[in-house]
Design a protein around this ligand. Structure first.
Ligand code: ADP
Ligand code: MG
Length: 155
């Protein structure tokens, strides 16, 4: 398993890090974004979407839960991106209602998921697990750890 640790000092640097990751994405990849509110998950997702030529403005999907975009990957292939924010999900029934499982199992799409720990469905297969930590002292500093994994989920 490959792991990278990055430090960013501004919103823009986090967007740039998202863009860098985007260049490595292929269809079927999931990007799982872990971290507190305000940690920078949506900014990172915005970087991914900008790099993949998503036309619409990327807003936080917190209220809509799932945003769907059409994107072009760095290999020139088209792909659907699902940007999902599970922050407001409180029960398996709600997950069902929004069609989370169908979304996660749509093989050829790219899934960007904020608060993946709230989704009861195990997300295995090729995935980047991105963990955001806010610095206690420096307001704009974030430590961002990116781990790439394939196959089944380890617990
Ligand atoms: P989340 O989706 O994790 O709840 P957002 O990405 O919506 O968080 O918001 C992050 C907030 O923190 C934004 O207001 C952004 O301007 C601010 N910020 C400050 N420093 C950084 C940084 N290094 N990386 C990302 N966001 C930062
Ligand atoms: Mg967010």
């Amino acid at each position: 398993m490959e792991q990278q640790i990055h430090t960013t000092h501004s919103e823009q640097e986090t967007v740039e890090l998202g863009k860098l990751l985007a260049r490595r994405l292929v269809r079927g990849d999931s990007i799982l974004l872990y971290g507190d509110l305000g940690a920078g998950k949506t900014e990172f997702a915005r970087g991914i979407c900008e790099e993949l030529q998503v036309e619409d403005i990327v807003s936080s999907p917190t209220f809509t839960i799932i945003n769907q975009y059409f994107a072009t990957l760095s290999d020139g292939e088209d792909a659907t991106i699902y940007h999902i924010d599970l922050y407001r999900i409180d029960s398996p029934d709600e997950l069902k209602e929004i069609g989370f499982s169908e979304c996660v199992h749509s093989d050829n799409s790219i899934k960007i998921i904020e608060w993946p720990e709230k989704g009861s469905v195990m997300i295995d297969g090729p995935r980047y697990e991105v963990r955001f930590t806010v610095d206690d002292v420096e307001d704009d500093k974030r430590v961002i750890t990116i781990t790439y994994a394939t196959g089944s989920v380890q617990s």
